[in-house]
Design a protein around this ligand. Sequence first.
Ligand code: ATP
Ligand code: MG
Length: 568
Amino acid sequence: MKENNTDNDNLPKRPSNFIRDIIDNDLETRKYEGRVQTRFPPEPNGYLHIGHAKSICLNFGLAQSYNGKCNLRFDDTNPTKEEEEYVNSIKEDVRWLGFSWGEKEFYASDYFEQLYEWAEQLITQGQAYVDDLTAEQIREYRGTLTAPGISSPYRDRSVEENLDLFRRMRAGEFPDGSRVLRAKIDMASGNINMRDPVMYRVLHARHHRTGDKWNIYPMYDWAHGQSDSVEKITHSICTLEFEDHRPLYEWFVNALGIYAPQQIEFARLNLTYTVMSKRKFLILVNEKHVAGWDDPRMPTISGMRRRGYTPEAIRNFCDRIGIAKRDSLVDVAMLEHAVREDLNKTAPRYMAVLKPLKVVITNYPEGQVEELDAVNNPEDPGQGIRKVPFSRELYIEQDDFREDAPKKYFRLAPGQEVRLRYAYYITCHNIVKDSTGNIVEVHCTYDPLTRGGDSPDGRKVKGTIHWVSAAHAVQAEVRQYDRLFNVSDLDAMEGDFRDYLNPDSLEIISDCKLEPNLADVKAGDRMQFERLGYFCVDKDSTSEKLVFNRTVALRDSWAKIEKNMNGN
Ligand code: ATP
Ligand code: MG
């Protein structure tokens, strides 16, 4: 019997994967007394992205389903690139995704004193030394994949000299970059990470939490494994690029004789049509290719939130893509599919006309207004119905009218009858143009017997279009987004990633007409505009000027791919 494996019935069952197999086995053998303790360890040097969401769902998800714990730990060892703003955004994003990390979050910087003591321990044991080579020389001496490294002339300093120099490094006696502390491992190792890696550098920089206390800072590789050890992490899950670092992390904890977590690597998430790196996102933000970290085109969690994605959709997506041992590229259409699937169930429907064309119903009494019933969500009858005003003058989409309609065009055209959603059948009989020949109005007649959208004589129409009553319409701006990049596999491309930015990724439509039920929306509200897609209210929206983002269009290319794969 696995003691701790009490998959809580209230929690969603997650598909198995090789990491779960490892944990199941460890619980069986009681390797960690039946504990499961994971962590999510972001470096606070940028906002989180969808790749991090995968890691968050994995680490917090494992803790949830094994009744374990997951720490949120900031790997804040690099004072020059890290900021409070990023710490706060990371906390907000993890919470928004639906996870919590207990009473407090952890910081690698909380362990600076402990790490320092451990560094002195390694020096005392003859396993670390102060090196005066420059960064460039260290790189040169390190050798290559095919050639062994060369020992630094400072490698055999005495313990006393090393201790003295290291203490003076800490005290701030030496300028930046003048000295480092290195582990004394093996300059001929086949694994370059083991060729006397740097543990500390001199850096007179202010840290967002420790202030000016430190004049030396630990390297990530020296801090990371020991932080895991301090927190008694059982399964330290990271991405594949750290596989070659594992022997080093094991060497450190063995040399120190401290608790040893088990590192497990998995493939990072890559998505089509996007880059996945905080460093690159920072460039996009700084060079103003996007409006900020939370620009709705950004695959950051804050960008996706602003775009209208739901945490449920992102979690479902992360579950579905699974956990692999090999890098792959996931189709962004799959993420959008998860978003549609969730919004389809939850988002109330409304009518909105983005590019309006005036329609006058010439046989409808002037001044008359009818309140017609419209279904809020056909997927969820519980959401009920609402009233939508109908009157003599309406707006429809410009796209829903053609003067010279091709054969299969079933929307409005001269002489052609269509259904106005929830309202009446109308037939076009006249077009009004301005002096330059642009259509400014379409004149129609309606059939009063078709109220609600059905004809008592069984007469069928092929097209149904949406509309908004002109006198009642609410004005809004709608922002439509396309892919931020115009190539699918950015890593496979030559040159700079900025060369592949899609210049048409943002379209602002400023004269949209919405049904009046949308007058009181607030930022973050999500809805479907019938026939157009899912939308949400942007944070720029005010009562004077409503602003909506298109979250995702209705057409689901992934559903089509899936259907084809299943042979239907
Ligand atoms: P970036 O390259 O975007 O800066 P990073 O790996 O340097 O990413 P960290 O803050 O160090 O970012 O990452 C925190 C955690 O998230 C790490 O455990 C890392 O392995 C994981 N992670 C980062 N990117 C991805 C990804 N694309 N897919 C899955 N996990 C990821
Ligand atoms: Mg990193």
